[in-house]
Design a protein around this ligand. Structure first.
Ligand SMILES: C[S@@+](CC[C@H](N)C(=O)[O-])C[C@H]1O[C@@H](n2cnc3c(N)ncnc32)[C@H](O)[C@@H]1O
Length: 351
């Protein structure tokens, strides 16, 4: 490999905690990128782990996720070339809540559910100060690190259950994960250096979008390769239920209802990939709308819905498909990573 192709590989993507993240597969996926590819789209970017791998390889990266908190990770780590958080920024972020009546959503909704009330109030205070940071990239970085801190503090790392505080009082669980009882501020300060160090410029104009992929695809030109890692039914397809709290934190909704035991916002954004009744027709539409992009890499797992033959059948009218497999030997590979099952990449090319 030329130095030009490897010079960003020393940057380190902060370890994600996200259902279905493909971070551990990034090296395996990278080998299927054709040499002449310069501009890539990560269509369902989630934690941004694969978008970051593309950035490290020196590609121009267009990244997208329909959830705002994921889009903000893209602003902070993919689009951002140089803004980091310094002592002065921390002083602003940790200063008082000047508008306690406007910024009290987390305490109102989630005190005694996901956090003890002091921690919920701290999250509101921090949120009330984010706009004081001098650039949108610093703001995105601050929210990204706080979302990561909140995820760490909650048992199982998601918000689709109501047992967080009960588990957080369980000595055996605390022993396995001390973050459960650590203050958010301490977790944030621990994570900060890794995130600051992950910001770099690969000399390309990278862009992070926050759209439904079906709307975005027709608006994009001159992309050489798209990576599709959609949610699949049978796995954790309903990302909004698992991560609703993070979306509420960054959006700070004023116009939603908060329902059920977990206080998930309602109405939800439209995904199109979280219900079996719509998933196949929306995959088909997605492939039709990606026809102007020559190479497609599609992540898939052999426990996903629709089954592999249906998936191949959806792609074959447009591209030749080669099935690449990586078999899990342990159950630690993220979504669907049961020992003996396979992570699959459908490599789709014109010739
Ligand atoms: C399997 S995850 C992607 C994981 C990602 N590759 C990673 O390494 O973290 C699927 C993502 O698709 C997003 N998503 C769901 N429906 C979408 C849609 N219609 N358009 C764009 N993104 C969508 C979800 O928010 C979720 O982050």
């Amino acid at each position: 490999m030329l130095f030009e192709e490897t010079k960003y590989l020393d940057y380190k993507f902060p370890e994600p905690q996200y259902l279905g993240a493909k971070h551990i597969h990034r090296g395996w996926i990278a080998q299927f990128i054709p040499d002449d590819v310069t501009t890539v789209l990560d269509a369902f970017s989630g934690s941004q782990s694969i978008a970051y791998m593309f950035k490290q390889l020196g590609k121009k990266v267009i990244t997208n996720d329909f959830l705002s908190f994921n889009h903000l990770i893209g602003k902070a780590l993919i689009e951002n070339t140089s803004d980091t958080l310094d002592e002065f920024d921390l002083e602003l972020l940790f200063s008082n809540n000047d508008k306690p009546h406007e910024f009290d959503l987390i305490e109102r909704l989630y005190a005694d559910l996901f956090f003890i009330s002091e921690e919920a109030a701290f999250a509101d205070r921090f949120r009330s100060n984010v706009h004081k940071l001098s650039t949108p990239y610093k703001q995105a970085l601050a929210l990204t690190i706080m979302c990561r801190s909140m995820t760490r503090k909650v048992t199982m790392g998601h918000f689709a259950h109501t047992q967080a505080l009960i588990y957080a009082a369980d000595p055996a669980r605390i022993k396995r994960n001390r973050s459960l009882i650590r203050p958010l501020k301490d977790i944030f300060l621990d994570l900060l250096p890794e995130y600051n160090a992950a910001v770099f410029h690969n000399l390309k104009d990278n862009i992070s979008y926050n759209n439904n992929i079906l709307d975005l695809l027709p608006t994009l030109n001159n992309i050489d390769l798209v990576y599709f890692d959609p949610p699949y039914c049978n796995s954790h397809a309903d990302y909004q239920s698992f991560y609703h709290l993070l979306e509420t934190y960054v959006e700070y909704w004023k116009d939603k209802q908060f329902i059920n035991g977990t206080k998930r916002y309602e109405p939800k954004r439209y995904s199109g990939y979280d219900k079996k009744s719509e998933a196949v027709s929306n995959l088909q539409l997605m492939f039709e709308r990606a026809n102007h992009i020559p190479t497609w890499l599609v992540s898939y797992n052999d426990r996903s819905f629709p089954d592999i033959n249906t998936m191949i059948g959806l792609i074959e009218p447009f591209r030749k498909v080669k099935v690449e497999r990586k078999t899990y030997h342990s159950g630690r590979g993220g979504k669907g990573s049961v020992a003996g099952s396979s992570e699959i990449l459908l490599v789709c090319t014109i010739n």
